[in-house]
Design a protein around this ligand. Structure first.
Ligand code: SF4
Length: 167
């Protein structure tokens, strides 16, 4: 039998804190402009996959659930499993992970430097720790597991921060 995670933060509080980090990032005076080219969503093409902390995965999974989606599956083209095949757009753009908000393609101004957002990364890592997370995991793994967990747990786990994509 697996040992229950020791959590210091509820899922709801964790998601609130993660969204606060995202909101603060939006206020940073670093010039970038994402025009949703979705180049960074093509993992196979770029050779890079975002890493998510536990809290980020909770936020992404909640956004997918709100769309009625309870599972994600790998795409044969190597694109992000959250990229809509029909529209070619991110299904959860407003709740996209930190790496998707900081790893801009060249046309959008290029990735943030770690030092520009390291304080926010640490906050995400602290949330991950409070949730009993195991550290950053790739987007497909982190979101798939968060969807599978559901929101049945009153307590939550936190701890982790993305590594690739500017972390
Ligand atoms: S979560 Fe959205 S923005 Fe991030 S890689 Fe996937 S489709 Fe692109």
């Amino acid at each position: 039998m697996s040992t229950p995670r020791k959590t210091l933060l509820s899922q709801a509080d964790a998601m609130t804190q993660v969204r606060a980090v995202y909101a603060e990032l939006e206020q940073r005076p670093v010039e970038r402009q994402c025009i949703r080219r979705t180049q960074c969503c093509q993992f196979k093409l770029t050779g890079e996959t975002p890493y998510l902390t536990e809290g980020e995965a909770l936020v992404a999974a909640a956004a997918l659930r709100a769309l009625g989606q309870t599972k994600i599956a790998p795409k044969s083209d190597g694109n992000c499993p959250i990229l809509d095949t029909q529209t070619g757009l991110c299904q959860i753009y407003e709740d996209r992970p930190f790496g998707c908000r900081t790893h801009f393609c060249g046309a959008a101004g290029g990735p943030y430097k770690r030092r520009e957002v390291v304080d926010l990364i640490r906050r995400l890592e602290d949330i991950d720790t409070a949730l009993g997370g195991v550290g950053p995991r790739t987007l497909p793994v982190a979101v798939k597991e968060s969807l599978a967990l559901g929101q049945h747990k009153g307590g939550v786990h936190i701890k982790a921060a993305p590594r690739s994509r500017g972390r």
